[in-house]
Design a binder for this molecule. Structure first.
Ligand SMILES: *[C@@H]1O[C@H](CO)[C@@H](O)[C@H](O)[C@H]1NC(C)=O
Ligand SMILES: *[C@@H]1O[C@H](CO)[C@@H](O)[C@H](O)[C@H]1NC(C)=O
Ligand SMILES: *[C@@H]1O[C@H](CO)[C@@H](O)[C@H](O)[C@H]1NC(C)=O
Length: 290
């Protein structure tokens, strides 16, 4: 009786009160068997969950980093470089010699990510407001005053330095490139194939100029949205990266980092893609927020 209710949950409170009723009626002799049964069922449940966890880990998906973890350093995993870089001009001190993927929560704070999201949201709303000439400067000043725009150059620079440090590059040989963009994903159907972020792709194949891709997440997986995990597809393994506000993930852009983003099932996932090239002819200057 107790065993069944413990496993299937139903109403745990009722189980406890009826157990104590039994205790009152039959005396303390009941205590030991009940405790024993509960312990055995917990053991069975834990074993089952453990088995599920291990088998999932081994055959399907491995979590690279969880949303509720805080990485105060950079977690880096090296993977062998693909041959994609051979098809492009090589740049000393920048073109990947060492490939891999990394993630850190220590470069951009959650507070900065929150500020960025609020600013993007407010500037987006203000763009929808009807324009009468002359007030756009005023509007810009008001936005600036009340929403304290994050310093994009500083964000870009810190990400760039962390990429250079992790991959052993000269930071001054990396350049911001196009497209660097803000993405907003929800569970409504994509309008164009370009919006279908859930297809596996390789950044260097899609955008020849990319050498290092970075993502700055502005919302939290499991809190602000469901689905939407970033997945590295390694043949025998899928390795998931769970977005967390302020988290920066970056990786070399070749086929060694084939990836996709799971479909978002609820809520909205906000992120910024910041891409870097080694080729100065593809460099762009920092975007400005107005
Ligand atoms: C990885 O994910 C893809 C897409 O969901 C799936 O088709 C594939 O079977 C997965 N691979 C493994 C090893 O689980
Ligand atoms: C933004 O950051 C850059 C680099 O850290 C710095 O040179 C610049 O003065 C900052 N701009 C503002 C408006 O604070
Ligand atoms: C989902 O995203 C699309 C495209 O960004 C947007 O047009 C739509 O309003 C969003 N839907 C919701 C419910 O936020």
């Amino acid at each position: 009786y107790c065993h069944r209710h413990t496993i299937h949950g139903g109403s745990p409170r009722r189980t406890v009160s009826s157990a104590s009723k039994h205790q009152q009626k039959k005396g303390s002799g009941w205590k030991k068997p009940i405790v024993g049964t509960v312990a055995v069922s917990l053991f069975i449940i834990a074993g089952g969950l453990g088995w599920l966890y291990v088998s999932q880990d081994e055959f399907v998906t491995e979590v690279f980093v969880r949303q509720d973890e805080f990485l105060d350093g950079t977690k880096f995993v090296q993977v062998p470089c693909s041959e994609d870089y051979e098809n492009f001009k090589r740049f000393k001190g920048c073109t990947p010699q060492r490939c891999g993927r990394a993630v850190t929560d220590a470069v951009i704070s959650r507070e900065e990510a929150g500020r960025m999201l609020r600013y993007l949201f407010v500037s987006f709303v203000s763009q929808l407001m009807p324009k009468s000439h002359g007030d756009s400067e005023l509007k810009g000043n008001l936005l600036f005053f009340f929403f304290c725009p994050p310093n994009l150059s500083s964000l870009r620079q810190r990400i760039q330095e962390e990429i250079a440090r992790t991959f052993g590059l000269d930071a001054s040989r990396l350049f911001l490139t196009k497209p660097t963009f803000f993405s907003r994903m929800n569970n409504t159907d994509a309008k164009t194939i370009h919006d279908e972020y859930w297809h596996p792709h390789v950044d260097k194949v899609t955008y020849g100029s990319f050498d290092y891709t970075s993502l700055l997440y502005l919302s939290d997986y499991g809190v602000d949205f469901g689905g939407g995990r970033f997945v590295f597809m390694d043949g025998s393994h899928n390795r998931t990266m769970e977005p967390r506000a302020g988290r920066v993930s970056f990786f070399s852009s070749g086929s060694e980092n084939l990836h996709r983003v799971e479909k978002v099932s609820w809520g909205t996932r906000f992120a910024i893609t910041v891409s870097f090239t080694c080729d100065p002819t593809h460099a762009i200057s920092d975007p400005t927020l107005t």
